[in-house]
Design a protein around this ligand. Structure first.
Ligand SMILES: [Zn+2]
Length: 442
């Protein structure tokens, strides 16, 4: 009797285990879901979150997240015909994920390679007005995003969200919520690969797929972007400008390095104290007319959002004015088009009022003249490198090609996927042992 029961139950148990394990493989669509669980190991309770069924554009028409889109699709072929790349600078692609600034890297004076040459060309790196904090969040949307939106709404603040296209098609309702809440949406590429390692055509594909994803979710055609890792040179800048994009970096000393927290390479307290020290140093400078600053944070994990709430409260208590990038630049046209309908030409933007800031006398100003860089200081064990270089170097340790991790957040995603896998395997093993033990006791 016992052996009959076992022979019946064991296949059932094995099937249960196999069913559980099938989730370990994870589809691309599950990627951001586990991210919020990374720091607190909550991923076990998470279920893969699919693209909203209410989305009018199914995620399946898009390229796979995390991969550089193919150039062979009809969409990309069409986009390539619309972008004139014939005058692109002849600057070779870099190598690495992301490229390094050390051995083997050739200093090309024409490249103005932001991470390694401390050169930002005409990228936006500051807010023009004194005591203004340009608030930005990269790598979303994700499951961590709603809590941030709730907090920002409570504080009546607007931010710029640099969205990963591959995440937008998985959480289109969150991108829409961001837009409807008055936040400024911008591009952070499709797959978060370092753009200087890609061909001109691949850069177009990365940007255009993201542009389409955000348009499909929100109706807005974005015109601001932030390169993953801050990895940009004059070749990449040329391609981006041909598509009408404005490149936004961040102010060096205001990189929160919050992406390191879920990886346990930086404590939340260290990130908090470091950022607050940067604010105090900024406030201590008495120079009249000093520009405001742009921070780098992420809404990819719960702990990042929790830190953001602390830092924002601290900044507000120190009389900083917190704005989105569109608002801090007084840009009346933060989008290239609005109310875009797929299949129909987008509505050209004549004037879109900034989300929260009334127009001022500085509207229409020539932005590049305000684009000085903030003073560069260092912190942490890699003190001989600038914070931007530290940001890069971090990827050398956590962003191998095998894991395709990225400094500003994707490592957390990869890491949490791994945690999900381990936890599911552990639970499966525990269930198997429990069943066998229970049967053996019959
Ligand atoms: Zn990023």
């Amino acid at each position: 009797m016992l052996s009959t029961s076992i022979s019946g139950f064991v296949p059932f148990v094995i099937c249960c285990v196999l069913l559980l394990l099938t989730g370990v493989q994870g589809s691309p669509a599950s990627a951001p879901t586990s991210a919020s669980g990374a720091p607190s190991h909550k991923a076990k309770a998470s279920k893969p979150q699919r693209a909203s069924s209410s989305s009018s554009t199914p995620a399946s028409i898009y390229p796979p997240p995390d991969l550089v889109p193919s150039l062979d699709s009809p969409e990309v072929q069409q986009w390539l015909q619309e972008v004139d790349l014939s005058q692109a600078p002849n600057i070779p692609s870099n190598k690495g994920e992301p490229p390094t600034c050390g051995t083997g890297w050739t200093l090309n004076p024409k490249s103005c390679y932001t991470p390694c040459q401390e050169c930002s060309a005409d990228d936006v790196v500051t807010c023009p007005d004194q005591d203004v904090w340009g608030l930005t969040f990269d790598d979303g949307p994700s499951k961590a995003t709603p809590a941030l939106l709730q907090f920002l709404e409570k504080k009546q603040l607007k931010a710029t969200f640099f969205l990963i296209g591959g995440n937008v098609v998985q959480f289109p309702e969150l991108a829409k919520k961001e837009s409807e809440s008055g936040h400024h949406l911008a591009s952070h590429t499709w797959s978060h690969h370092p753009l200087t390692t890609l061909t001109n055509q691949q850069i177009v594909a990365e940007m255009k797929w993201t542009e389409k994803a955000i348009m499909d979710a929100t109706g807005h055609k974005v015109r601001y972007m932030r390169p993953p890792y801050g990895d940009v040179d004059n070749r990449v800048r040329f391609v981006l400008k041909q598509m009408g994009y404005v490149v936004v970096d961040w102010s060096d000393t205001f990189d929160t390095l919050d992406w390191q927290i879920p990886l346990h390479h930086r404590t939340r307290k260290e990130a908090e104290v470091g950022f607050q020290a940067s604010i105090q140093k900024y406030l201590a400078r008495k120079a009249a007319g000093k520009p405001g600053f742009i921070s780098l944070e992420h809404d990819l994990a719960d702990i990042n959002v929790d830190l953001a709430q602390t830092l924002i409260t601290y900044g507000a208590n120190n009389n900083l004015t917190i704005r989105s990038i569109a608002d801090c630049l007084h840009d009346p046209n933060p989008y290239a088009a609005i109310n875009y309908a797929p299949g129909v030409n987008g509505v050209a933007v004549g004037s879109i009022p900034p989300s929260s800031t009334p127009k001022s006398d500085t509207d229409g100003l020539d932005l590049p003249q305000y684009r000085g860089k903030t003073s560069s200081t260092s912190s942490g064990g890699l003190s001989r490198f600038s914070p931007r270089q530290q940001h890069f170097l971090g990827n050398l340790f956590f962003g191998s090609r095998a894991s395709a991790g990225t400094a500003d957040g994707h490592n957390a995603t990869r890491f949490s996927r791994w945690l999900v896998a381990v936890e599911r395997i552990s639970w499966s093993g525990a269930i198997l042992v429990s069943f066998v033990a229970g049967l053996a006791s019959l």
